[in-house]
Design a protein around this ligand. Structure first.
Ligand code: 3HC
Length: 289
């Protein structure tokens, strides 16, 4: 089945939305990115320039292809200016209310059911988010990308209870056309990726809190002994410690099991403002960019 997408709308110009926009443009789609947060559009353009520059430097794409990709991405700071898309992926903050509000507005802006409303949520129920589209809930689907989007191979595709079979097939086709490998998971909290990854990261914080080993050793053991590209604590900083806590909360509540409660030390670091790469310090320290 073909995905039938010419223009992709992306909600959110952050780490994930910006990455999704970049890979879509590299795959030849026209892209419109919406973000109303001051400075986010300029920041996103800078991230695109840096990432595409790296890919050119490494001979992964030509300079002409990188320039053409940049030329295919437009930015808007008002949602009503996101008209004319035939597929929209939302990649805004992991907050059910914010996501449902935006999906409801999108459903009203795009009465044509053929326009798929995809969500890049990392763990929130697709079935619940889909209710925001009312009678057209069948066109809402989970399309979960991984950070850094230009380098990570996977798109986790998650149908909600209402999602139509045709929309799932089109999502698989679009992810493939974007150069990714789509794999399907069902709609349970955390899907597969975060249900397996986050408890492991959480356990690394428990091991540190209990003094089993220092952070450098915990990460070194998992890198050298298990061939992880990043240790679990470094990866937690990369993802954002606040996001890790949030995902653990979603797992604990959604799977109804206290074994998914966030580690007290992880929560404490977040309270102290140590959020990881984005705040300059999490488990480890990072130079201010
Ligand atoms: N675009 C282009 N190039 C990039 C890039 C990007 N966005 N990000 C990094 N690179 C480049 C670097 O500049 C570097 O180039 P260089 O070799 O010329 O210096 C090259 O990629 C390799 O990067 P690094 O040297 O920094 O380090 P690594 O070799 O470790 O590779 C990595 C980086 C691909 C991020 C690797 O460490 C990795 O795969 N880490 C695990 C990432 C992961 O698990 N992501 C999933 C997170 S979970 C998630 O997203 C789900 C959510 O719901 C929470």
């Amino acid at each position: 089945m073909s995905h039938n997408v010419k223009t992709l709308g992306v909600l959110g110009a952050g780490q994930m939305g910006g990455g999704i926009a970049q890979v879509a443009a590299m795959a030849g789609l026209s892209v419109k990115v919406f973000d109303s947060f001051p400075g986010s559009i300029e920041r996103c353009k800078g991230v695109h320039a840096k990432s595409l520059g790296k890919l050119v430097e490494k001979g992964k794409i030509s300079k002409d292809a990188a320039d053409a990709a940049v030329g295919r991405i437009g930015f808007v700071d008002k949602l009503e200016n996101l008209a004319g898309c035939d597929w929209v992926v939302e990649a805004v903050v992991e907050d059910v209310k914010v996501k449902k509000d935006l999906l409801g507005k999108l459903a009203a802006m795009y009465p044509d059911e053929g326009v798929v409303l995809a969500t890049n949520t990392s763990s929130i129920s697709i079935t619940e988010l889909a209710t925001a589209a009312g009678k057209t809930a069948g066109r809402v689907v989970g399309m979960h990308f991984f950070n850094p989007v230009p380098l990570m191979q996977l798109v986790e595709v998650i149908p909600g209870l209402q999602t139509s079979a045709g929309v799932v097939e089109r999502t698989m086709a679009l992810a493939t056309a974007m150069g990714k490998t789509p794999l399907r998971a069902n709609d349970r909290a955390g899907f597969i990726s975060n249900r397996v990854l986050m408890p492991m990261i959480n356990e690394a914080f428990y091991a540190w809190m209990e003094g089993v080993a220092e952070p450098e050793a915990i990460d070194g053991i998992m890198k050298l002994g298990c061939n992880f590209p990043m240790g679990p604590l470094r990866l937690a900083d990369f993802i954002g410690l606040d996001t890790c806590v949030h995902i653990m909360n979603v797992l604990a509540e959604g799977l109804n099991n206290d074994r998914y409660r966030a580690c007290p030390l992880l929560k404490q670091l977040v309270i102290a403002g140590r959020l990881g790469d984005k705040s300059g310090r999490g488990v480890f320290e990072y130079p201010v960019k």
